[in-house]
Design a protein around this ligand. Sequence first.
Ligand SMILES: [Zn+2]
Length: 277
Amino acid sequence: MIRDYRVIDFHIHTSTMNQANPQVLDFFKNANKYYMDHFSQEINPEGVIEYLRMEGIEKAVTLAEYNPESSGVVTNEFISSFCAGHDELVPIASIDFQSPVPFGEQARIAVNELGMKGFKFLPSYAYYYPTDQRLYPVYSLAQEMGLPVMFHTGTSIFIGTRVKYADPLILDDVACDFPKLNMLLEHGGRPFWYDRVAWMLLRHANVHVGVAGIPAKHLYNNFKHIEKYSDRFIFGSDWPGIPDIHILAEKIMDLPISREVKEKIFYRNAAGILGLP
Ligand SMILES: [Zn+2]
């Protein structure tokens, strides 16, 4: 618990030294000393779970990525085995655009063989549009199985990313074509597309906002309807990109919104999407 709120963190990264590209490690060096001291050489689930417990986090969604051009490659196999046997860690898959294996097949392997619980896409990190038809079998499978699909939207600090692919409005097509797919628009289109994500939220009942990387005051100022659409905001930290998850969470807890809404943002919405009790 953080203060007296149950918290699921819907957005963390676990990678080893050689998986993350050097610029990512340089970023962590400045952003997160604890991470560098404890995890940069070797990372294991027990250590991460211990850290999460210290921070007051019950569960954390742990993300695979295939972004050799920008941030690095953390495979589905690595994330699956990292989380295996640990209920505190929820493994989320991605798709390797450089693999000859068809994307629908990659998705089936991730879900059926690796036990992964959803998908994350970072189009601006690996240069594709989320409307790429090769991805449609992945969305189809996720929709059918009730698994969430996360999309990075908005800018990134990392060199090598290309922002045009991260425009939230591109996802209007996906939301129309898969109206029952639980879509999470991570970072809310920060910093200059908040209005687009806010519109997507109004337009599409299946669109959610992943609040990772949105400063609390921007969240409050740019998403005026946060109370009305309280079922569709989900807390995440983007750790280890930030040092202290609980400090980030407390800034949102300090916003002048109701306790009930905060309980949804920190726990209930994520639990619902992940099918947890
Ligand atoms: Zn992230």
